[in-house]
Design a protein around this ligand. Structure first.
Ligand code: ZN
Length: 179
């Protein structure tokens, strides 16, 4: 099919893909009530939790990439800040508490409309453990990171930058994939 019917989320009438005045992107506009359907990227917040020279990783217990390692991260919720979201996800997945060192970087994935914000966090508790969506939590020295078992390119991006920064003595750079 080259045409998919999209119905208005306000009134249920048929929409039409059209140009909106003052807008460079075509939108689905309701033919009946003129409601404009905007589709925007979602924000994912996460943390690179570090302790001394090691990084805490979570083994995913859910698809996608079940069984592979990732950093605590997830979709940002309404009524929370980036920092709140990173803290919540870190607790939910690893019971890991941290002090924020800085915003470590961003990673855009335009093709699926996702933007990641990742903090560098200093772990402040010792009872981190596998929680929902996680089968195992482990501290990896940077020389022992399981590179062939990392869940997503974005996670690999932040991990490899962290390792490079450490070896260059520039721990606190900001990184972006500039997509
Ligand atoms: Zn409508």
């Amino acid at each position: 099919v080259d045409f998919i019917m999209i119905y208005c989320e306000k009134c249920g009438s048929i929409t039409e893909n059209s140009n909106v005045e003052g807008d460079s992107i075509r939108r689905d506009v309701c033919k009946s009530c003129s409601f404009i359907r905007y589709i925007n990227p979602k924000i994912i917040v996460g943390v690179l939790p570090v302790k001394d020279e090691s990084i805490l990783l979570c083994k995913r217990d859910i698809e996608p990439s079940k069984g592979k390692w990732t950093i605590p991260s997830g979709f940002m919720e309404m009524n929370e800040s980036l920092e709140d979201g990173a803290r919540r996800e870190s607790i939910e997945e690893a019971n890991c508490k941290f002090d924020i060192i800085r915003l470590y970087g961003t990673y855009s994935i335009p093709v699926i409309g996702q933007v990641l914000f990742v903090f560098l966090g200093k772990i402040i508790n010792n009872d981190y453990r596998a929680m929902d969506e996680t089968s195992e939590v482990r501290l990896f020295p940077i020389s022992k990171i399981p590179w062939d078992q990392i869940a997503f390119p974005s996670v690999k991006f932040f991990l490899s930058n962290y390792v490079n920064d450490n070896s260059n003595g520039k721990k606190f750079l900001f990184h972006s994939n500039f997509s």
